[in-house]
Design a protein. Structure first.
Length: 218
């Protein structure tokens, strides 16, 4: 649910309503910006919160301490290897990880080679190198897109940290989403799905279906 930081998602016009609709759902955590988490804390129903951060223009110590003060369970930060933002984002990840480690706060690196629009760069070869580098920089978890060339197994077999699959844009109905999870789910440690859940009229039902499929694979 951190998408409005970067893109327009009509379904998230009222985050509180979405969070209330998700209260019956069996999710491990919700992904939010710190501002949204603060404004809608009453709708979280005690759920674990992963705070999505853009550390580029803030001091990493401040970012970490604000997340800890809120009670976050983890931070998520995006890195873009194989792009002009590679050096900046990887350095920021390492700085965040150093400070987060002092508070035992896990870091989830959203690892997107080339950037979200450069799907041709999302190869298994690039992903496996990028995930490993993120781990060496201090990430505890990696969130990645599916590879457009090669296999997801290649990526996860080389990874030294748990790998989570991002959902991306909503394409097709629930049946198509579940089939994709059946194909890719055996090779990852979990899912981080946003738009595929919140853009559905019954998000808790989507989560229950995803959970059932994923549990059957592990």
């Amino acid at each position: 649910m951190d998408q409005p930081r970067a893109i327009h998602v009509a379904a998230l016009a009222d985050p509180g309503r979405v969070l209330r609709n998700l209260q019956p759902a069996d999710v491990d955590a919700v992904l939010l910006t710190l501002s949204t988490a603060r404004h809608f804390e009453g709708d979280l129903a005690g759920r674990a919160v992963v705070i999505s951060v853009s550390q580029d223009h803030q001091e990493p110590q401040q970012v970490v301490e604000e997340a800890v003060a809120f009670g976050a369970s983890a931070l998520k930060y995006e890195v873009y290897p194989y792009s002009e933002r590679e050096v900046t984002t990887m350095r920021c990840l390492e700085a965040l990880a150093i400070h987060a480690d002092r508070w035992s706060l896990p870091i989830m690196a959203e690892v997107v080679p080339g950037g979200f629009d450069q799907v041709a760069v999302h190869t298994a070869s690039n992903l496996l190198q990028s995930v490993r580098r993120a781990a060496e920089a201090g990430a505890d978890l990696a969130k990645i897109p599916p590879p457009n060339e090669g296999t997801l197994a290649e990526v996860t077999e080389y990874a030294s940290i748990p790998v989570l699959l991002l959902g991306g844009a909503r394409r097709g109905g629930l049946d198509e989403v579940l089939e994709r999870v059946r194909q890719l789910g055996p090779f990852v440690d979990g899912l981080v799905f946003g738009r595929n859940v919140v853009e559905d009229p019954e998000p808790a039902t989507v989560v229950a279906s995803l959970r059932k499929v994923l549990d059957s694979l592990h």
